[in-house]
Every structure is written in structure tokens, then in C-alpha cells.
Design a protein around this ligand. Structure first.
Ligand code: CAA
Length: 697
């Protein structure tokens, strides 16, 4: 029987002759929470004092080595011992210690390995320093030990990109000493014996000097000043990596201070909200339970959306039947899919062989009749209720019993579509975002009669496609587009009332949006918004201030944005420039409406835009269109280019506070009481002093 003693609930020591194995067993990902830190410390102290232990091997149970510090502890008072202290004690131990790493060794997990005296990777291992994705820097020696083992460029690359590095690359770069196949415990016993036999060399990482590379540090620091000026952690990372020239104690002190500074920032809080939010959206009863088969997918429509959806399914290994009405449309669809897949190969997202296999899974077809044997149909034709109703009526007779019938509509009533079938329980909305093979958001729209297993299959599809599936209820625009329709008006009002489109874009890009709203509308095609305004014209509330005049007049010129060479901006060689004709149009509209332009600061623009977004987002939570505030946040982070480090509109709202938001809305309402109305939920939160975060629990 193995000689195993428990150090605490999560750490055990096994003895086999001169060899001591320390096992970390903290499912699901062996994060180094307080109990793990304490157990590791106690185990090492115990074995250090034991002359019969000549070598120590650390490995982990379960599906992965250590995936880092326990993120759930961040933002709370830290409990000793600290990770850097434990790792220094490991590094300083005179008994050789080796790490056996499998699955993923990330952040504090890789840093544990780096503090030991030799690292063995098990085939399939991936390592990384993803702390930057959480607004942090590697805070347990990563910035000091990676440069010593693999050089400054590799340390900068890993800690600034947060990317996963393959075991092969880690071996080539000197982060691993060996790469083998096998079970962690077996590998640990063999490697430990090799240390005893002198076949595996051990050394203390911090005895090495970091090879100098001032140019890499200076160039990176300069690049970050331009490209990531608004982020906090990346700059601290460069400082900490630079400190790896210093002796260990001094370097670690700078790294620690940087880590603590990062920990205090709202960026850290926003990014960690996004980390957990991404997982929490599908951690709901509706996403669980029985699912239906998902092997064969039918996609109706070979336009940009349909081709993107088909590409996404093919990339995930599903087989796709693409349906178009005419041969030229079908050929265009196949060409787009092929181009998308080739793009994925060139971006390193898939191998050429996988692309060929994906294309072999595509069967183009004319006419809906070929959808008789598919498990799921996704209709992605243009936004016209009559066309969609016609298609669903036909699918009702063509598709096999139990097949799921989904519409990719972005606004329309899924219940009305479902009513054209005699199986509304099989119908739901699956709203993808363009480009559908790239954007991670999938709104899963529950119709009044959608069956539970159909909804759960929607979530299963999101998982298969590596997308973030968010549950939404039926309304015009669901979660995202409904909120967008509301706050987009603010951008239009700001322009009517005195700002230029470029000023609005610059202010919001300064806030962190990848693109301002006018650049987005040029990119998407201004004709789309124009068509939507015309669609809604008949039902528009006469009391509502109309903000579309400027955009309408631009569209009347035939200027739809990028695709026509001009819109709010002019597109040619180099960066787009503001369209001077637009300034003339704006002056004309203001004159016609008798508007005297006001001066807006960048802050005014951000405040109005964000307050409008938050107000509608609050209503979406209030009326149950979104289940929780975090669902709205994830829709915006993964589908609308919302700055991830701000966590989403309602996480950001908590940083302002409900009382201040109510004050702002009342202030703006003096200009337009119809548009600026305080949502009842916000008023209540202001009175009670509560936060949106409280509603996520
Ligand atoms: N701390 C706490 N919980 C964690 C965690 C962590 N570091 N990593 C993952 N989890 C949780 C997830 O929230 C999830 O919980 P639920 O099941 O309750 O939703 C569960 O573990 C499983 O995670 P995934 O669903 O993500 O599982 P996966 O197999 O798809 O991915 C993974 C596994 C690649 C390890 C992924 O979870 C991941 O990337 N984790 C974060 C890694 C990371 O950022 N590490 C750095 C931490 S910061 C640090 O280490 C600072 C430092 O320098 C000291």
C-alpha cells in the first residue's frame, strides 16, 4: 500500500524510498487558494527537515496542473502565506524539487513550476501567463524567472499577450527541461529517480542572470505608450520584467508592488467580472438538462451572416448543408466560406488539413427540400417577417420530427415566426453577430413555447462553437440590439446638438470602445440603419425626438460608409478622414431645426452615451429580457466591442452608483423628458443604496 499522508485537505505527501511526491488535489483546476498555499508550504518545510527525502516531485491530480492563483480570492483581504513567499521557500530548498505539469500550467501554476529546480511537461501541456487578461501582472515570480530561463522577448511576449504556449515551444525556449508522455504520478516517480541517478539536472532559476535586452524592453514600452495607453497592467509588466536584471529580492519586490497596484484598479475588477461572467451566463438551469442531437446543421442563406454561421459550424467539426435559392448565390456563399476558412488558417486558428476536412463537411444545395435530415436549421435570410414566415411554414413540413428550427433574426418576434409551424416548441432564436465565425456572442432567444431541451441544445451549440451563449427573451432587438437602438439615439442627438461625429467617436474610443459609433455605422453600412428607421417610421412615437435626419440625408446621397467609399468618413489610402460634406449636412439640419450648437466635452459625451446605455440596460433587466445584469454585460463585452476592462455597462454602472445615474438622467431630462426617463429599478437601487452586482447573486 502506498505510504500517503495528508498535509491538509488539498495537499498530500507520498513516500517511496528516497522520493517524496507532493500531490495537489483541488478540483476543478487546482488553483492555489489559501489552503493549497499553506499545504505546499507545510509539505516543503516538513520534507526539508527530513533527511530521508532526497528528492521532491510536485504534481497535481485531475485534469490539469495548477491553473493559477484562486481568482475568487482577488479583491478580498489576502490570507498568508503569500504565493511569492511559498515559491521562494521552494526555490531555496536544498533538497531538489521538480514539477510535473500536465493540462495547463497558467499564471501562479507556471510560476510554481519555475520556482522548482526542474520542470517536466506531459504531452499536451500548455503553459502561459494570462494575468494580463485579468488586469494583473504575473505576481509570483513569473516576471523574474521567465526572463532568466527564456529571455526578455519571450517573457514580454507571454506576459503581455497572455497566450497559451505549447509544450514543444516551452521546451524549445527553455521553460521545460523534458517533455514526456504518461500519467503525472508515474512521470513524477521516474523523473525523481532520474534526479537521484544524476540523469536529470536541477538548478535554482534565480541563480541565473537575465540575458540583457534593453532594446526589447524600450521598444515594447514605447509601443505600449501608443497602443495601450489606457490600460494599466501592461506598463507595470514591462517595469517588472526590466527588474529581472536585479537580484531576486529586489526584482520580486518591484514585481510585488506592481501586482498590488494592479489589484487596486477598476480594470482588474472589470476584467475579472468578465472572466466569471463568461462562465456564469451558461451556469443556469435553462442551459442544463437533456439536449437534442447536433451533428448535421442546415444554414439557410449564403450571405455574410449565413456564410459566417456555416463557417463557425464547420470550424467546430459539424457538417453543414448550405441552402440558397439560386446557383449564383450558392456559389458566392461557398466562396465566402472558403475565404473565411482560409483566413482562419492564415491567422493560425486552424491547420490547412483541418480546413480541407471542414470544406469536405459542407454540402451546398438549392432549395429547402434538402433539409429533411438535418438536426438543426438556422435561417439567416434578410430581416423580413413575411419571408421568414414563408420559410418556417415550409420547414414545418420538410424537416424531420424533433429537428430544431432556429432563426438568426436580430429584431423580429420569434413567437410570430414559431406560430407559422405546428411545432413552436422546436423553434428558438439563435442570434449570431457579424462576422459570425469570429464574434463570440450568441444570443439564445427563448420563445414562449420553446421546449427546455431545445433551449439547452442552443447552449450546447454555443459551447461547441466556442461561443458565449446568453439567454434572452423575445422583444424588439432582444438584449443587445434593443439597448443599442436606444443609446444610438444619444450619439445622433449629440451630433444634432453640437458635437461632430468625429468628436463623438474620439471621446468614446478614449473611453475604450474599439470604434466610435459613427465608424461602426460606416463599417456596417449606413443603409442598414436607414432601412431600420424606415421600418419603424410608421410606429414611431410622435412624442419622440427624431435623431435620424443627418444619417438620412447622408444616405440620400448614396453614401453608405466604407462600401461606397464615404459615409461619416471618407475612405481611401491610409486612415479615414472626416467627410467635410457631412459637416455641411449637419449645419443644414441644425439650421432647419433651429438648433443652436452647444459645446460638449469628451466627458459630457461619454456620460450621456453611457447613461443612456445603462438606462435601457436597466429596463432590460427589469422586464426580464435578460436574466441578470451580468448577462447584459457579457452581451456587450462579447458582441458590441464594449471595453472588456470596464466589465460591461452594468458593472461600469456600479462604479458610478445608482444615485449619480438618477441625478444625471433627471438633469438631461430638462432638455428631453421623453427620452431621459429614470427606470424604476434604478430609482429603487438609488434609494436603497444597492448595486447591480447584488442582482447577480
Ligand atoms: N481561480 C478560481 N477558479 C478558477 C480558476 C482560477 N484561477 N480558473 C478556473 N476557475 C474555475 C472557473 O471559474 C470554472 O468554475 P465554474 O465551473 O464554477 O464555472 C471552473 O474553474 C472550470 O473552469 P473553465 O470552465 O474555464 O474550464 P476549462 O477547462 O474550459 O478551462 C482553464 C480551464 C484553461 C484553466 C481556464 O479555466 C482558465 O483559463 N483559467 C484561468 C487561468 C488564469 O487566468 N490563471 C491566472 C490566475 S492569476 C494568477 O495566477 C496571479 C499570479 O500570478 C499569482
Amino acid at each position: 500500500m502506498a505510504d500517503v499522508t495528508k498535509v491538509n485537505d488539498l495537499i498530500s505527501i507520498e513516500r517511496s524510498g528516497d522520493i517524496a511526491l507532493i500531490c495537489i488535489d483541488n478540483p476543478p483546476v487546482n488553483a492555489t487558494g489559501q489552503v493549497v498555499r499553506q499545504g505546499l508550504l507545510d509539505a516543503v518545510e516538513q520534507l526539508k527537515a527530513d533527511d530521508t527525502a532526497k528528492v521532491i516531485a510536485i504534481y497535481a491530480a485531475g485534469r490539469t496542473f495548477v491553473a493559477g492563483a484562486d481568482i475568487r480570492e482577488f479583491g478580498k483581504p489576502s490570507q498568508p502565506p503569500s504565493l511569492p513567499d511559498v515559491y521562494n521557500i521552494i526555490e531555496d530548498c536544498q533538497t531538489p524539487i521538480i514539477a510535473i505539469m500536465h493540462g495547463t500550467a497558467l499564471g501562479g501554476g507556471l510560476e510554481l513550476g519555475l520556482a522548482t529546480h526542474a520542470r517536466i511537461g506531459i504531452e499536451g501541456l500548455r503553459v502561459g501567463l494570462p494575468e494580463v487578461n485579468l488586469g494583473l501582472l504575473p505576481g509570483a515570480g513569473g516576471t523574474q524567472r521567465v526572463p532568466r530561463l527564456a529571455g526578455i522577448p519571450m517573457a514580454l511576449d507571454m506576459s503581455l499577450s497572455g497566450r497559451m504556449v505549447s509544450a514543444k515551444e516551452a521546451l524549445d525556449k527553455g521553460l521545460l527541461d523534458r517533455l514526456v508522455a504518461g500519467e503525472p504520478r508515474d512521470v513524477a516517480l521516474v523523473a525523481a529517480q532520474d534526479v537521484l541517478d544524476g540523469k536529470l539536472t536541477t538548478r535554482h532559476t534565480c541563480d541565473l542572470d537575465t540575458p540583457r535586452d534593453d532594446k526589447a524592453l524600450d521598444d515594447t514600452a514605447a509601443m505600449l505608450k501608443v497602443k495601450q495607453a489606457h490600460l494599466f497592467a501592461p506598463h507595470k509588466i514591462v517595469e517588472a520584467v526590466r527588474a529581472s536584471y536585479l537580484p531576486r529580492t529586489e526584482g520580486l519586490k518591484i514585481e510585488r508592488q506592481g501586482f498590488l497596484d494592479c489589484m487596486q484598479t477598476p480594470q482588474r475588477s472589470g476584467l475579472i467580472h468578465a472572466f466569471f461572467g463568461e462562465r456564469a451566463v451558461s451556469n443556469i438551469p435553462e442551459a442544463k438538462g437533456d439536449t437534442r442531437p447536433l451533428a448535421k446543421i442546415g444554414v439557410i442563406g449564403g450571405g455574410t451572416m449565413g456564410s459566417g454561421i456555416a463557417t463557425s459550424c464547420l470550424m467546430a467539426g459539424l457538417s453543414v448543408r448550405l441552402i440558397e435559392v439560386a446557383q449564383d448565390g450558392l456559389d458566392r456563399g461557398v466562396a465566402t466560406i472558403t475565404k473565411n476558412l482560409e483566413g482562419a488558417v492564415s491567422r493560425g486558428k486552424m491547420s490547412a488539413a483541418k480546413k480541407d476536412a471542414a470544406l469536405a463537411n459542407l454540402s451546398p444545395s438549392l432549395g429547402l427540400d434538402d433539409l429533411a435530415d438535418v438536426d438543426l436549421v438556422i435561417e439567416a435570410v434578410f430581416e423580413n417577417m413575411d419571408v421568414k414566415k414563408d420559410i418556417f411554414g415550409k420547414l414545418n413540413t420538410i424537416c424531420k420530427p424533433g429537428a430544431i428550427l432556429a432563426s438568426n433574426t436580430s429584431y423580429l418576434d420569434v413567437n410570430e415566426i414559431a406560430a407559422c409551424t405546428d411545432r413552436p416548441q422546436d423553434v428558438l432564436g439563435l442570434h449570431f453577430f457579424s462576422p459570425a465565425h469570429v464574434m463570440r456572442l450568441l444570443e439564445i432567444v427563448q420563445g414562449a413555447k420553446t421546449a427546455p431541451d431545445v433551449l439547452a441544445t442552443g447552449f450546447a451549440l454555443a459551447k461547441t462553437l466556442k461561443k458565449v451563449g446568453v439567454l434572452a427573451q423575445v422583444c424588439d432587438g432582444f438584449i443587445g440590439n434593443r439597448i443599442l437602438s436606444h443609446y444610438a439615439k444619444t450619439a445622433a442627438y449629440l451630433v444634432l446638438d453640437g458635437a461632430s461625429p468625429q468628436h463623438v467617436d474620439n471621446a468614446l474610443e478614449g473611453f475604450g470602445f474599439a470604434m466610435g459609433p459613427h465608424k461602426v455605422s460606416d463599417l456596417a453600412g449606413m443603409d442598414i440603419g436607414w432601412a431600420n428607421r424606415k421600418r419603424l417610421a410608421a410606429t414611431r412615437d410622435p412624442a419622440e425626438r427624431y435623431g435620424g435626419d443627418v444619417a438620412d440625408r447622408i444616405c440620400e446621397q448614396g453614401w453608405y460608409g466604407r462600401k461606397t467609399g464615404q459615409g461619416y468618413y471618407i475612405y481611401g489610402q491610409g486612415a479615414p478622414v472626416p467627410n467635410p460634406e457631412v459637416a455641411t449636412i449637419i449645419d443644414g439640419v441644425r439650421a432647419d431645426k433651429g438648433i443652436t450648437p452647444q459645446d460638449f466635452t469628451d466627458q459630457d459625451i461619454v456620460d450621456r452615451y453611457m447613461t443612456a446605455m445603462i438606462a435601457e440596460a436597466t429596463r432590460v433587466v427589469e422586464d426580464g429580457t435578460a436574466k441578470r445584469p451580468l448577462d447584459v454585460d457579457m452581451v456587450f463585452v462579447f458582441g458590441y466591442g464594449f471595453p472588456r476592462h470596464r466589465g460591461g455597462p452594468l458593472h461600469y454602472a456600479d462604479t458610478i452608483g445608482a444615485a449619480e445615474l438618477v441625478r444625471r438622467i433627471k438633469e438631461y431630462a430638462k432638455e428631453d423628458a421623453h427620452y431621459w426617463q429614470v427606470p424604476a429599478l434604478l430609482e429603487k437601487m438609488a434609494a436603497e443604496g444597492t448595486k447591480f452586482a447584488d442582482l447577480n447573486k
